[in-house]
Design a protein around this ligand. Structure first.
Ligand SMILES: Cc1cc2nc3c(=O)[nH]c(=O)nc-3n(C[C@H](O)[C@H](O)[C@H](O)COP(=O)(O)O)c2cc1C
Length: 363
């Protein structure tokens, strides 16, 4: 958990920034905002669009751009892509954008079930593509995964290397099973080391890609103050980096974002993990990318319930030149490996922020 002390005293520069912030700004601190966006919203009458969207927006999403808009009514919700929040350098075909919509869709369906509503999602390919969720149906009841929505997080730290039991791996696999997508678990350290080689090769390409670095930088929130203003993007503290005034972070980024440093960090993180999970969908189209997002979200919620942490290491599926090599290594032929995460045990990290629900509900 990010403490106010850590925000203010992370570095000498942060002391200056923090002092100014707390002396003159009466708004919430980073921690207060992270807490407030997770205060439970109770179902309204029917069960209420705000209640559903609150839970949907706590889902994982690429670069925390929150590339979604919600419309319709609480008996028929539409989740639409917001391409103004796309990341073309990291995600040229919008695969991650649609997977992010899938993550939100899964949370929304779990929230509906917790309020006694069954739901059936359908990918509508018209125009740019959207997800329609009909909430008129019956439900089997509350899914225990619902309880983990507010607590789930991507934990980008080194883990303690402890193995996850076979029983728990079976639960993760079961939770992640959705139509058109499955998860492949890789707990073998020899196989993990082979995967790491591909991650390092692909990561080197990404870090050396000026467009990728520029785009990433535009979503980095180096200071808690800036993160609280924007309520999106990747706050340094969530990755274990010190809090810096935004302008200093922007200035320093080019000097510290280097292949060797980044590769060493990923190697340590993967080697400290209990295993890897690769989400593989049956076909390479938007409807299946959505399903991959749903599968990941269910995996992540189940992991959270079991006290297991996870974080993405997607480089070898993001860099097209390595994706097929990775698929060959997995032995999945022409199927697309959608997403890759590592899992294991670690204390929680600071939690990410979200924009207000009112900002993403459109008529
Ligand atoms: C499709 C998708 C791709 C992602 N890719 C990465 C990634 O490559 N590296 C990473 O550290 N996090 C990745 N993330 C995690 C997001 O950055 C994270 O979900 C977001 O910052 C919000 O934080 P939270 O999940 O802790 O709430 C990805 C998430 C999604 C849904």
């Amino acid at each position: 958990m990010l403490t106010r002390r850590r925000v203010m005293f992370g570095t000498g520069a942060a002391i200056l920034a923090g002092t100014g912030y707390y002396a003159f700004n009466r708004g919430p601190s980073y921690d207060e905002m992270a807490e407030s966006i997770r205060v439970p919203v109770k179902p309204g009458g029917n069960p209420g669009l705000e209640y559903l969207v609150h839970h949907a927006t706590l889902a994982a999403n690429s670069h925390n751009t929150q590339p979604w808009m919600f419309g319709g009514s609480d008996s028929h919700v539409q989740i639409r892509p917001d391409f103004s929040r796309a990341t073309p350098a990291a995600d040229p075909d919008n695969h991650h954008l649609f997977a992010s919509l899938g993550c939100a869709c899964e949370n929304l369906m779990l929230a509906a079930a917790a309020a006694g509503r069954g739901s059936s999602p359908q990918f509508v390919p018209e125009a740019d593509g959207r997800i329609d969720i009909d909430l008129a149906g019956e439900t089997d009841g509350r899914d225990p995964l619902f309880e983990a929505i507010a607590e789930r997080q991507c934990t980008r730290s080194e883990y303690d290397g402890k193995a996850v039991s076979n029983d728990e791996l079976a639960l993760l696999e079961k939770a992640a099973a959705v139509d058109g997508c499955r998860v492949m678990l890789i707990p073998d350290p020899v196989r993990m080391e082979q995967a790491l080689e591909l991650v390092v090769s692909a990561n080197t390409v990404q870090v050396n890609d000026a467009a990728f670095a520029k785009e990433l930088k535009s979503w980095l929130r180096f200071s808690a103050t800036h993160a609280v203003e924007m309520r999106d993007g990747l706050y340094s503290g969530c990755s274990g980096n010190p809090d810096l005034p935004q302008w200093i972070g922007n200035l320093m980024f080019g000097f510290v974002f280097k292949p060797q440093t980044e590769n060493e960090r990923y190697a340590a993180q993967i080697r400290s993990s209990s295993g890897l999970a690769v989400f593989v969908s049956d076909a390479d189209d938007k409807a299946h990318w959505v399903q991959a997002g749903r599968s990941y979200q269910r995996f992540a919620l189940q992991a959270t319930t079991l006290g297991i942490r996870h974080a993405f290491i997607n480089q070898s599926v993001e860099v097209a030149a390595y994706r097929q090599e990775f698929a060959d290594w997995l032995g999945i032929g022409a199927q697309r490996p959608d997403l890759v995460v590592r899992y294991g045990y670690a204390p929680p990290m600071p939690r990410s922020l979200r924009r207000p629900v009112s900002a993403v509900i459109v008529s």
